[in-house]
Ligand binder design. Structure first.
Ligand code: NAP
Length: 242
């Protein structure tokens, strides 16, 4: 069976490894944004397809039997395109993504749909730990009545204004470290995407323990697909395990 994995995540690499080990023909597609991406087992293709039409053309030309969307939960465009292309070509689509974090007792979350709504949800004088990466940074920076600690892995292209400081760091983050950071900086609000996974979830527990409000930006809506949250479940959904 020939399977296209829309990748760029650890989940996609893990699934490719399993499928290749079981003798399936796998092509992982990467957007081509990262300079030296970690390559999965099996074949790899790079770069956009050219929208829904391009993806449909690729699925037909490469004679793909199954497609797995294992992209990052916030890569909303390619996930939307995958749903449309699956409907148009009839190639079955499985979406394999880590489960979102769920609100727990003691949490104080406001869930919003967009960056603009998240920026608007901050009360005046909030001291914000901003963990949403580079996307929409300008919209948060317009809130000059708040102060920001902007935590990113790579330095943002835009210079930060006086009411924001940059904290370059990379996960995983420990619970003790997150608590110490929030206390030291006097954080009153945390802004986060709902990425799910273990690497960055300690910020949520720290916020819970310290009574810090969380503005959670929900995952984009991609459209219907058979959704799974583990390699094993993906194998079953692909009809390759029972
Ligand atoms: P996006 O906004 O959903 O996609 C924008 C365009 O990039 C798509 O329309 C598509 O171009 C192309 N593209 C995206 N993923 C592709 C893939 N796997 N293979 C071929 N083309 C792809 O995506 P994004 O947020 O820029 O993310 C790009 C990639 O980085 C994704 O594969 C994702 O898994 C990975 N990633 C993203 C994040 C994040 O926070 N967004 C984090 C970690 C990894 P065409 O329309 O021309 O086909």
């Amino acid at each position: 069976m020939k399977i296209l994995i829309l990748g760029g995540t650890a989940e996609a690499r893990e699934l490719a490894g399993r499928l290749v080990a079981e003798g399936h023909e796998v092509v992982t597609s990467l957007a081509g944004r990262t300079q030296e991406p970690r390559l999965p087992p099996g074949a790899v293709r790079m770069g956009g397809f050219g929208g829904i039409a391009g993806l449909c053309a690729y699925l037909r030309a490469a004679r793909i039997d199954r497609m797995v969307d294992a992209t990052h939960p916030y890569a909303g465009q390619i996930s939307f395109n995958a749903v449309q292309a699956a409907q148009e070509t009839g190639v079955p689509l499985v979406r394999y993504m880590r489960p979102p974090w769920e609100q727990q007792i003691g949490d104080n979350w406001i869930t919003v749909e967009t960056v603009a709504e998240a920026a608007a949800a901050l009360p005046p004088n909030a001291v914000v730990l901003l963990t949403t990466g580079h996307t929409g940074l300008e919209q948060f920076m317009e809130r000059d009545d708040c102060r920001f600690v902007v935590r990113t892995i790579e330095k943002p292209a835009m210079g930060l204004p006086g009411h924001a400081e940059l904290l370059q760091d990379r996960p995983p983050y420990s619970l003790d470290g997150e608590i110490a950071l929030m206390q030291h900086k006097g954080i009153t609000h945390l802004v986060s995407k709902n990425s799910g996974g273990l690497q960055t979830q300690s910020k949520l527990e720290a916020a819970r323990r310290l009574g810090i409000g969380v503005i959670m930006i929900a995952r984009p809506a991609y459209g219907p697909a058979h959704e799974v949250t583990s390699v094993e479940a993906a194998m079953v959904a692909l009809g390759l395990a029972s």
